[in-house]
Ligand binder design. Structure first.
Ligand code: DX5
Ligand code: ZN
Length: 248
């Protein structure tokens, strides 16, 4: 019998998709010290990370080149937390199965890079991963209107994709709130993820506006104590959630 390609080493076979409990902090390894990746991951996990965010860039859709399935596979061996693979590549359909086999639990593609989104979402599902679509800052949320019911998550970019350490684009706060309203109106359970320039100065407002998965690269991995930096961001998220619950 063929073995489950998505089984974690030594772990039980998987069934269904693996999404993090939210709100969740998703450290992006893009700004980590890649020569010490195992230690960086262990530190962020000890600090309370809910999942890891892995940025795949092809030098065409975005002006940078990063990692492929081999690194996803290595990260999968280093943690049991869900792996969220953000594909910033053209024609992603060719690689979805390979990333899922490497251990991706969540896979998102860019609306701007994919002409046949329903087909691509179906491929992600068939590969056994949660399916997401990412929008660049200039792409309106209306671009997802017809596909919203099919999605497990929507990733709103709050920088133009391609590099870590860029400045947060403030208008994305309103976009998060508008998407939250739209999801509620449509009865969709899709989660909202925000990616780019997220840190202590904006993470609480993002959560208050409806974001549930917060990606943080430079705010976690800047060479100094990623465990403490993760813990501080997670504490802000948990504090804001407690305040929201007390007020409702
Ligand atoms: C940018 C990537 C982000 C990036 C975030 O194109 O998609 O995931 O790693 O890094 P920071 O938090 O440093 O903006
Ligand atoms: Zn990303």
């Amino acid at each position: 019998m063929a073995s489950d390609p998505r089984q974690k080493p030594g772990g039980p076979p998987r069934s269904g998709v693996l999404l993090p409990r939210t709100p969740a902090l998703a450290p992006s390894i893009l700004t980590a010290d890649l020569a010490r990746l195992g230690e960086e991951i262990a530190a962020a996990e000890a600090g309370g990370a809910g999942l890891f965010h892995l940025d795949v860039m092809d030098g065409h859709f975005v002006p940078n080149l990063t990692i492929g399935p081999l690194v996803v596979e290595a990260v999968n061996k280093a943690t049991d937390l869900p792996l969220d693979v953000h594909l910033m590549i053209e024609a992603p359909d060719r690689y979805i199965e390979r990333f899922a086999r490497a251990g991706a639990d969540m896979i998102c593609v860019h609306q701007e890079a994919v002409p046949h989104l329903h087909r691509t979402i179906e491929l992600i599902r068939e590969a056994g991963a949660a399916a997401g679509v990412a929008l660049n800052p200039a792409t309106p949320i209306g671009a997802l209107e017809e596909i919203l019911p099919e999605l497990d998550y929507v990733l709103l970019m709050s920088v133009n994709p391609g590099f870590g350490g860029q400045r947060f684009i403030p208008s994305v706060l309103g976009k998060v709130a508008a998407l939250r309203r739209r999801l509620e109106e449509s009865g969709s359970k899709a989660k909202i993820e925000v990616d780019g320039g997220v840190g202590p100065g904006n993470i609480v407002r993002l959560l208050e506006n409806g974001a549930e998965i917060l990606v943080a690269g430079a705010a976690v991995f800047d060479g100094r104590d990623p465990q403490a930096r993760t813990r501080a961001l997670v504490a802000l998220l948990e504090g804001a959630q407690r305040t929201a619950r007390a007020g409702s």
